[in-house]
Each structure stands twice: as C-alpha cells, then as structure tokens.
Design a protein around this ligand. Sequence first.
Ligand SMILES: Nc1ncnc2c1ncn2[C@@H]1O[C@H](COP(=O)(O)OP(=O)(O)OP(=O)(O)O)[C@@H](O)[C@H]1O
Ligand SMILES: [Mg+2]
Length: 169
Amino acid sequence: MSDAVILLTDVRRSFAQGGVTIDVLKGVNLAVEPGEIVGLLGPSGSGKSTMLQAVGLLEGGFTGSIRIAGEEAAQLNSNGRTRLRKTALGFVYQFHHLLPDFTARENVVLPQLIMGRTRDEASDRAAELLSRLGLGQRLDHRPSQLSGGEQQRVAVARALANRPRVVLA
Ligand SMILES: Nc1ncnc2c1ncn2[C@@H]1O[C@H](COP(=O)(O)OP(=O)(O)OP(=O)(O)O)[C@@H](O)[C@H]1O
Ligand SMILES: [Mg+2]
C-alpha cells in the first residue's frame, strides 16, 4: 500500500442541470506523498474547486476511491467525513474566516479545544505557531486589527493547530 496522504483513483463527478449532464471529473488519479506541495492549475470551470471538495470531504456524490491519510473516504456518510476531516485535514480559505470577536491566539486555540486539548496546552501551541509565522507581537489583536496578510497567517496557524496530515489552501 502506498503511504500517500492523498490517493485518488478514478474519481468522477457529474452535475445534472436543466436536463444536461456535465461530466466535470472524468476519472482523476492523483497520489500526493507526505511533504509534497502540489498546486492545481486549470482554466475556469475545469473542475479545480470540485476536486478540492472531493479531497476536502466537504460533499458526497463522488465515485471512485478517495483515500485521505490511509482511510477510504468515498463511501463515508456525512458524520464519517466530518470525523476524518477534523483529524486529517486543515483548511486555509481564500477568505480567512477568522472569528471577529476573538483574538489571533484564541482563534488558534479554539480548534484545539474541540479536539480535547487543555486550554494551557492549546494556548502554548497557539503562541508558538503564531510566533513562528511572525505574529508573536500580535497574539492579542483581533482580526480587524490585523493586516490582510497577518489575518491569513493566523488562518495558516489555525489550519496547522491540530497537526493535520494534509493542508488544503
Ligand atoms: N453544484 C453544481 N451544479 C451544477 N454544475 C456545477 C456545480 N458545481 C460546479 N458545476 C460545474 O462544474 C464545472 C466545474 O466547476 P468548478 O467550480 O470545479 O471549476 P473551477 O475549476 O474551480 O473554476 P474557477 O477557476 O472558475 O473557480 C463548472 O462548469 C460548473 O458550472
Ligand atoms: Mg474554483
């Protein structure tokens, strides 16, 4: 068995709209190994976001095999996808989606509390991650008090907080 953290085999997705069926993903195969950085390029409408939805376990409706961190995800129901998403995946969105009423540090603490870490452990890890990203002097700032790039770096720290095998950005 491959130790790929993302392994797609013959992944397919079609959309039926107004009597017309559009085949968007037509048998995608992809293996991403630990430590690899992969960029997805293609024209508008070619299926990049659809493929990210498959790997991000955000939706069902795909056929073929989607293995994330060694676990077959294609046949999981919504609860199973949510569990695997929380343990194996971190997300950095185009818009940061930070919680506006919480500080940078608290935004990085919260996902760790959900995974059962103590507040002290989570707070220490948040400070360490934010410092590594150059935000050691911004721990107590709220998102509205940060620049756009600083906000995105907080989102990166949040995505890494629970040590996911895969980060989707
Ligand atoms: N829910 C849906 N219902 C019907 N068609 C859809 C749906 N989602 C996507 N499509 C179609 O699938 C195709 C691929 O869409 P997708 O969003 O994956 O493209 P993309 O490569 O991310 O494009 P862009 O670079 O413009 O973001 C498009 O032609 C779109 O119209
Ligand atoms: Mg897109």
